[in-house]
Design a protein around this ligand. Structure first.
Ligand code: BAL
Ligand code: ZN
Length: 892
């Protein structure tokens, strides 16, 4: 496989001005005709035109209407090369290809999902549809004619506006679509099938009436109300916050059961994995509702950040994704609780991004090279969170107004262009005349910076000093790193826990006056000091408020300081953070006790600290739920020199049970006081109430006390929505035994007709930490609702395959104690699955194989077992480039 480098980027020799596509969809084959107006970048160019193409049968090529003979072009398994072309300002190229969507299980290009045709072209799927310059800097205006059997595919959709439609002979019909905006081919989309729509309208602030349609199978339409609400909220929010209006008269969303990603932002025809569209109180949880809001927003926001202005090349992916993830985070924050959303996003960063940045797949926000671009889409929903943090730092440094000025200039300069991360940086800088020092390092250096902070108070001089040192650990191909620009938002607490009004800070020979309770320190060097003056007593510093930079922080704060911050910090995020730092320290110490066979004992001050948060009625309920949730096992393992899944698991379980036992009276009160028999409402107060109640219930049930098990069973039975019902099920499923088995069986019986709910049932079991769970997961593979093992069924009925692979296999890898089982059973299970799955869907297989990537973090026995599986995978016949890249880099 060939590695592609950013440094090798060259402009295309030919541009495409217009593209007229025509699809004749059929059961056995589909004919794709394209007519492209081509113009050389340099007049009179004699460069060959190289087109990408994969799994295509070429039927014919014409240039200026003249049919080319076999010797007139070169065809290999990945390219069609036209060596001699007319020396004209522009010419017409026509290509006919034949493709087989019903056999396409990669879900990349044109494929069938539950009997309907649909497409996924990002990053490089368009080359599986027709020969094309499949790169984002080729932006053209498209028309698309779709023709199909009318009874099988009554709905025919593509990008832009519907120009005409009608019946043709043989029971077929057609629709002609025209997209007035230039776009790269990765934003092309086509859908054909038996679909019904929920219809609504949105009037933009300049008075354009936009028709909104959400397409699903007719029986699912009642479950699209929340998606429609989310879309309209997103449209309004983008106008209010960024002044960005929708630019066409029609916006379509289609939900399909088989989709590699969460969703896709194709121009005016977003395609979604159905789990991110369909919701009803009985079949979706609060988390699903929140995810739908965020992802509908995300894809809609791409219309400007991604579609109107796109990436010059795939190395710039963060230009659109980092920015759009940031925008969807802000949208969700404004629709709910800002602190809780920030906590959730930072947790994801710690669970997914930081470990990746410390492993063999570490890459900068803008990578230098890749083998398979798909491998940068590292989660089916969550990805590019580092890129979003970089965008957030611009906002932190510039403030909301300055950030908005930068965004305005970005669109003023680059509308309908394909640009780079530097272009975004330059717009932010120029609009604000800002000094961003060495900020650009964030784009080119991999790895998570480690920032150490030492504090000292000088009572005589009434000064308080903060000394920072930063270091970025080595990553593959980058042994040494430069300092980067780290914005540190700081406040100082007095002995009453109140913010001190800061008056001035001395740094680098200059004295800066301030008059506020928090300030931003610009840390740009490997080591530097900031000294606050006029500080009457030793303060407790609150550092990196709101998580102002995506770094790992090590401070000299004592446990007492951290308990003080947990109790008093005016920055709610940092209250949570103080509790997490304490929990991590405490758990790491207990891990060492466990490893040395010392008895485990939980610090009573920690119990007391969390107890006070638990009973503080002034706090937001969802915040309390987050604050009493312990850091995950992965986070603790991430801090160890040699990760020990068994010890970490035992310790986390121990701490949870201790907390539950000591705080049971308060926890029980919480469960009792936060029930509701009212109809389900998706709003922050109700979600917060449910989150707190269900967190408390899980704690209590972990005690395995019959009265609490009874309580959870009664919550399960009396629940009026899936959030409460599923939470009670999950609480009960913690403890192996008959109650667990019975309640899981009951849940399946109730929901077997709804594949999205069944999916959650799979995930709950596969990610379970009950001992020896690999055997249960193997049994689930043979469950009638799961069919990866049967390749024929997998192809015919992808619906129950790809979504469930994420749940069943991905879920299993998310349970450290079972995936890393010392006998190697978890590794063997995954190794076998990856080889099978790679033949069906390489993109999903490569996401699964990533679970092996940090094998060197474990003890020698586990290392040997994991390495053997990676080697077995590498030796498999016909390995995809996707899996090859991850497996080979992991072994390197
Ligand atoms: N552009 C890939 C899908 C997404 O950003 O949601
Ligand atoms: Zn996106």
């Amino acid at each position: 496989p060939k590695e592609i480098f950013l440094k090798d980027y060259t402009k295309p020799d030919y541009y495409f001005e217009t593209v007229d596509l025509s699809f004749s969809l059929g059961e056995e084959k589909t004919i794709v005709s394209s007519l492209i107006k081509v113009s050389p970048r340099v007049k009179g160019s004699s460069a060959p035109l190289v087109l990408n193409g994969h799994d295509l049968k070429l039927l014919s090529v014409k240039v200026e209407g003249k049919l080319l003979k076999e010797g007139d072009y070169k065809l290999d398994s990945r390219h069609l090369t036209l060596p001699s072309l007319p020396a004209k300002e522009s010419f017409v190229l026509e290509i006919d290809t034949e493709i087989y969507p019903h056999k396409n299980t990669s879900l990349d290009g044109l494929y069938k999902s539950s009997g309907n045709f649909c497409t996924q072209c990002e990053a490089e799927g368009f080359r599986k549809i027709t020969f094309y310059q499949d790169r984002p800097d080729i932006m053209a205006k498209y028309t698309c004619r779709v023709e199909a059997d009318k009874s099988l595919y009554p709905v025919l959709l593509s990008n832009g506006n519907l120009i005409s439609q009608g019946d043709i002979e043989g029971g077929r019909h057609f629709a002609l679509w025209e997209d007035p905006f230039k776009k790269p081919c990765y934003l092309f989309a086509l859908v054909a099938g038996q679909l019904a729509s929920r219809d609504d309208t949105f009037t933009t602030r300049s008075g354009r009436e936009v028709s909104l349609k959400i397409w699903t199978p007719a029986e699912d339409l009642p479950k699209t109300a929340h998606a429609m609400y989310s879309l309209k909220a997103a449209m309004k929010w983008d106008e209010d916050v960024f002044g960005l209006e929708y630019d066409l008269d029609l916006f379509n969303i289609v939900a399909v059961p088989d989709f590699n990603m969460g969703a896709m932002e194709n121009k005016s025809l977003n395609i979604f994995n159905s789990k991110l569209v369909l919701a009803s109180p009985e079949t979706a949880t609060d988390a699903d509702y929140a995810a739908i809001l965020g992802v509908i927003g995300h894809e809609y926001f791409h219309n400007w950040t991604g579609n109107r202005v796109t990436c010059r090349d795939w190395f710039q992916l963060s230009l659109k994704e980092g920015l759009t993830v940031f925008r969807d985070q802000e949208f969700s924050s404004d629709m709910g609780s800002r602190t809780v959303k920030r906590i959730a996003d930072v947790s994801k960063l710690r669970i997914y991004q930081f470990p990746q940045d410390a492993g063999p797949m570490a890459h900068p926000v803008r990578p230098h090279s890749y083998i398979k671009m798909d491998n940068f889409y590292t989660g089916n929903i969550v990805f590019q969170s580092n890129g979003a943090e970089v965008v957030r730092m611009y906002k932190t440094l510039l403030g909301s107004e300055g950030f908005r000025k930068g965004i305005d200039l970005y669109f003023q300069r680059h509308d309908e262009q394909a640009v780079t991360c530097e272009d975004f940086f330059a717009a932010m800088r120029d609009a604000n005349n800002a000094d961003f020092a060495n900020f650009l390092q964030w784009y080119s250096q991999a790895g998570t910076p480690v920032v150490k902070v030492a504090s000292s108070y000088n009572a005589e001089a009434r000064t308080f000093s903060l000394k920072f040192s930063q270091e970025i650990p080595p990553t593959p191909g980058q042994p040494t790193k430069e300092a980067t620009f780290i914005p540190v938002v700081v406040g100082l607490l007095d002995s009453n826990g109140k913010d001190i009004t800061l008056s001035s800070v001395y740094h680098d020979g200059t004295l800066q006056t301030i008059s506020s309770s928090s300030t931003i320190l610009r840390v740009t060097k490997k080591e530097e000091e900031f000294v606050f003056s006029d500080i009457a007593e030793r303060p407790v510093p609150s550092l990196f408020r709101g998580f102002s930079a995506p770094v790992r922080v090590e401070t000299d704060l004592s446990d007492d300081d951290l308990f003080f911050l947990l109790a008093h910090d005016s920055d709610e995020f940092n209250r949570w953070e103080a509790g997490q730092v304490l929990a991590r320290k405490l758990m790491l110490n207990l891990v060492s006790d466990f490893q040395q066979n010392r008895p485990l004992a939980l610090n009573p001050k920690f119990i007391q600290g969390l107890g006070s948060v638990l009973s503080d009625s002034t706090l937001d309920k969802e915040f309390i739920a987050k604050a009493i949730t312990l850091p995950g096992e992965g986070e603790i393992m991430d801090m160890m020199a040699v990760a020990d899944p068994d010890a970490v698991h035992a310790v986390r379980k121990f701490v949870r049970k201790q907390l539950a036992s000591e705080l049971k009276t308060e926890l029980l009160k919480i469960v009792e006081n936060n029930r509701s028999t009212e109809a389900y409402v998706f709003d922050h107060p109700n979600m917060a109430r449910r989150a707190l109640k269900n967190t408390a219930l899980a704690y209590l049930t972990s005690l395995e006390d019959p009265s609490y098990v009874e309580l959870a069973l009664s919550e399960y039975k009396s629940a009026t929505n899936l959030t409460d019902q599923f939470a009670a099920l999950a609480a009960l499923a913690q403890n192996p035994g008959k109650t667990r088995d019975d309640v899981l069986a009951d849940f399946y019986n109730k929901w077997q007709g709804d594949y999205l709910v069944v999916n959650k049932w799979f995930l709950l079991q596969s990610s379970s930490d009950i001992p020896g769970n690999v055997e249960n997961v193997k049994k689930l593979l043979d469950h009638p609702a799961f069919d990866l093992r049967n390749p024929n069924k997998a192809i015919l009925c992808l619906q129950t395959t790809i979504i469930q692979v994420y749940s069943l296999i991905g879920g299993f890898c998310g349970s450290p104690v079972n995936f890393h089982a010392k006998d190697g059973s978890g590794y063997k299970f995954l190794g076998d699955i990856v080889v099978q799955l790679d033949k069906i869907n390489p993109q999903v297989a490569s996401r699964m194989v990533s679970a092996f990537s940090r094998w060197k973090r474990y003890d020698e026995t586990r290392q040997a077992l994991a390495k053997a599986q990676l080697e077995m995978i590498m030796s498999a016949n016909g390995l995809s480039e996707n899996v090859f890249e991850i497996a080979s880099k992991s072994l390197a």
